[in-house]
Every structure is written in structure tokens, then in C-alpha cells.
Design a protein around this ligand. Structure first.
Ligand SMILES: Cc1ncc(COP(=O)(O)O)c(C=O)c1O
Length: 400
């Protein structure tokens, strides 16, 4: 298997902006594991993927589709009607509005939804406003596509307005957030919508973790606005919600006109979102609602336990926010932190892995500077493992 963290050089001339973008931090996080020479078993808090299989009804349906004569065919690029219908019904349940299949474009996951959205509205040299901390693949894609990210250090409309130029094409909000787990209130989303529509720029909402919120109210009221399609690009994922990340299916909710244009990108990149993924998502949305709720309830219980055990700041590690799958934590080894010695976050991550068997993602994957942040994905851990985790943080803090 190719190790993306390995230092290999291509003799072929590559696009400089590709070379400038660092490799994905998920693979990077594991690069220290081989330095371990013993110690306790690894606790992996790096991944944001479900640690459980899909609902039985979904797995059975996939098996049936796979053995069907048509199971391997291309899907219609605008989407399988069965998924368009199922997701339209899901949007009605979640947001209380009618959104038809003409406004839904299935994609190869929410990452591809973001790439499609950006590449349909921005061109090299355009600017997109990214609140910090951002989801690392958003920053990576903008840079790969030649689009300039403008970092917004506070989710504040006035601050955002100051970053808008005639090159701005979009502002991105991830809610609940990766890496900080924060659910942005509907009123704040509404204010950003008003700002974006005033300046005629897109509001890209990444709603991957929509169902992992601790509330069941509609995530926002934007779809009630008669002209929502002029501004809103709402991106979705079925990876986490239905535990099918490898089937690669997500969606863009947009105006019909946007869908027509975005299909050009999808056609060239993937032709269609995977048929089997769309089939899986449709059945999951239609028939696995109780199963989905059970997973959400269990993960939210884990969230409560995570908040409890982090409240006493084990080892001086301070939890700033948590939700969806993630805790956003500041380590004690920052220049003005409680530890006598300052360490780079990379070095903290190396010591966490090598000395304490904890794998996590450095905050530098989600912020332009090193401000001492770490993302811990708690969702797949049992309470006993979270106790073990905080005991290991204590141990690291005691050695500081
Ligand atoms: C905020 C966010 N958006 C998108 C994705 C990717 O989702 P998908 O598997 O649907 O491409 C992730 C996955 O971690 C994510 O955290």
C-alpha cells in the first residue's frame, strides 16, 4: 500500500499548487504508530467514520441490488428517482418544506458535493470565506482548485462582511462543525444567509452531521425563503448517518438551475453518484429510521460522558466544544499554556501516539496557524475507553 506520508518525489512535472497542499491529516496521524515499541493498546481518536455496520435492512438490500442484472449499471446522472424521492421526504421531515427531486443532486459523498459546488461557482483566483476552524478537505480543495480561502476567525457577520471583495464567490458554514462539533444556531445561519444574498454570493452549508445534533428542531429556516435557491447550497452526506461511508453517496440541495450546471462537473468526474450507494441511501432513509435514531442516541450518550470526563481538564487538556463526533481540545503545551515547556502541536501528537498510545488529529489540519488545538473523535469509544483516554492525558500532563 502506498504510504501518503512517505517522502517520494515525482520526476514528472506536477501542478505546483498540488505540491503545495499537504497530504491528508488522517493518514498523517498514523505516521508515528510505527515508532511505538510497546505500551498500552492504541486508542484511535483520529477517525470520523462510524465504527459499526449499516442497518441490516440496508445490507440486505445492497446484496439484492448487487446480484440484480442492473445493479452495476450507471445511474441516471441527475440521480436515481428512488433516492430523489426518499431524500425529498427526509428534507420534508427535517426542515418542514417541500423540495422536489429537481433541486437534489446526488454526489459521490459530501466531499464531492463540496468540490462540485465550488467548481461550479468559483474559478482560479476567486475567493471563498472559510470560518476557522475549517474542515481540512474544504481548505485542500479550494487550494487544489486555485481558489483562495479567506479565513474568518470568528463566526461573526460583521467580520465576514469585511472579508468580502469582488472576487468572493461563497462563504462556508459546517454545522455541526468538524472539528469543533459546534451546531450553529438557525438565527446565525439566517444572518449569514442575509449577508450572502445581499452580496450575491453563495452560502455553502455542509450539513454532514445534521442528524447528530442533540436537538430535533429544523437545522435552519432557509428553505422557507422563496428565493433560497439564489443563495443556498446545502450539502449532505449519507456516510455517517447510514454508516455507509465506502458506498460514497451524498447530495447537493440547490436551485434547479444550479443542478443543471453542476451536472457538468459530476458528469466529467464521476458520471453519476454510485448506483449501489444511492440504492443503499434510499432504503436507509425509507426503512432504517429507528436504527438511525438508536445510533444517534448512543453517540449522544457518549458525548455526555465525554463532556463529563473532560470537565476536570485531565492533564491540563481543555475541552472548548464537542458535538457530532468531535471534541475540540487545547493542549497545555502552548506558549501561554499551563505547562512549563511549550511544544508544537505536531510534537504533542507524536508524544500522544508514541508514549501514550492515543492517535488524534493536530488542530493545524483545521487552522492556518498552530494555536495548540487537537481534534479527538470520541464517538466510537466505550465509556471504559474514555476513562482510559483521560487517564493517559493525566499521565502526559504529569510528565510535562
Ligand atoms: C464536515 C464534513 N464534510 C464532508 C465529509 C465527507 O463526507 P462524505 O463521506 O459524504 O464524502 C466529512 C467526513 O468526515 C465531514 O466531516
Amino acid at each position: 500500500m502506498t504510504d501518503p506520508a512517505k517522502d517520494v518525489k515525482s520526476a514528472m512535472r506536477l501542478r505546483p499548487r498540488t505540491l503545495r497542499v499537504p497530504t491528508s491529516p488522517i493518514a498523517d496521524a498514523h505516521r508515528w504508530v510505527h515508532e511505538r515499541t510497546g505500551g498500552p493498546p492504541l486508542l484511535d481518536l483520529s477517525q470520523a467514520a462510524p465504527g459499526y455496520p449499516p442497518a441490516p435492512v440496508v445490507a440486505e438490500h445492497i446484496a439484492r441490488v448487487a446480484s440484480d442484472g442492473d445493479g452495476g449499471r450507471y445511474a441516471p446522472p441527475p440521480g436515481l428517482p428512488v433516492l430523489l424521492e426518499a431524500f425529498s421526504a427526509e428534507l420534508k421531515r427535517s426542515y418542514g418544506v417541500d423540495i422536489g427531486g429537481d433541486c437534489i443532486l446526488p454526489t459521490g459523498g459530501c466531499n464531492q458535493a463540496f468540490c462540485t459546488a465550488v467548481s461550479t461557482i468559483a474559478e482560479p483566483g476567486s475567493e471563498v470565506i472559510l470560518p476557522v476552524p475549517y474542515y481540512f478537505n474544504h481548505d485542500m480543495w479550494l487550494k487544489l482548485d486555485g481558489v483562495v480561502p479567506r479565513y474568518l476567525h470568528e463566526l461573526d457577520v460583521e467580520q465576514a462582511e469585511k472579508l468580502i471583495t469582488d472576487k468572493t464567490r461563497a462563504l462556508v458554514i459546517v454545522t455541526p462543525g468538524n472539528p469543533d462539533g459546534v451546531t450553529v444556531p438557525p438565527s446565525t445561519i439566517g444572518e449569514f444567509h442575509d449577508l450572502c444574498s445581499r452580496y450575491d454570493i453563495a452560502l455553502i452549508l455542509d450539513e454532514t452531521y445534521r442528524n447528530f445534533r442533540t436537538v430535533t428542531d429544523p437545522p435552519h429556516q432557509l428553505f422557507e425563503h422563496p428565493q433560497w435557491g439564489d443563495t443556498v447550497l446545502s450539502l449532505h452526506s449519507f456516510s455517517k448517518d447510514l454508516a455507509i461511508p465506502g458506498y460514497r453517496v451524498g447530495a447537493i440541495v440547490s436551485s434547479e438551475a444550479f443542478k443543471v450546471e453542476a451536472l457538468k462537473f459530476v458528469d466529467c468526474v464521476q458520471i453519476c453518484a454510485p448506483r449501489i450507494g444511492q440504492e443503499a441511501a434510499a432504503v436507509g432513509l425509507n426503512e432504517a429510521r429507528a436504527w438511525r435514531q438508536e445510533q444517534v442516541d448512543r453517540i449522544n450518550l457518549t458525548l455526555r460522558y465525554f463532556n463529563d470526563v473532560m470537565a476536570r481538564q485531565p492533564g491540563g487538556f481543555r475541552l472548548a466544544s464537542a458535538g457530532a463526533y468531535f471534541g475540540w481540545v487545547q493542549h497545555p503545551f502552548t506558549a501561554d499554556g499551563p505547562a512549563p515547556t511549550a511544544l508544537s502541536t505536531d510534537e504533542v501528537i507524536r508524544r500522544l501516539v508514541v508514549d501514550h498510545g492515543i492517535v488524534a488529529i493536530p488542530g493545524t489540519a483545521f487552522t492556518p496557524n498552530d494555536d495548540g488545538w487537537i481534534r479527538f473523535s470520541y464517538a466510537n469509544l466505550e465509556p471504559a475507553q474514555l476513562d482510559d483516554f483521560t487517564a493517559r492525558l493525566d499521565e502526559m500532563g504529569a510528565n510535562r
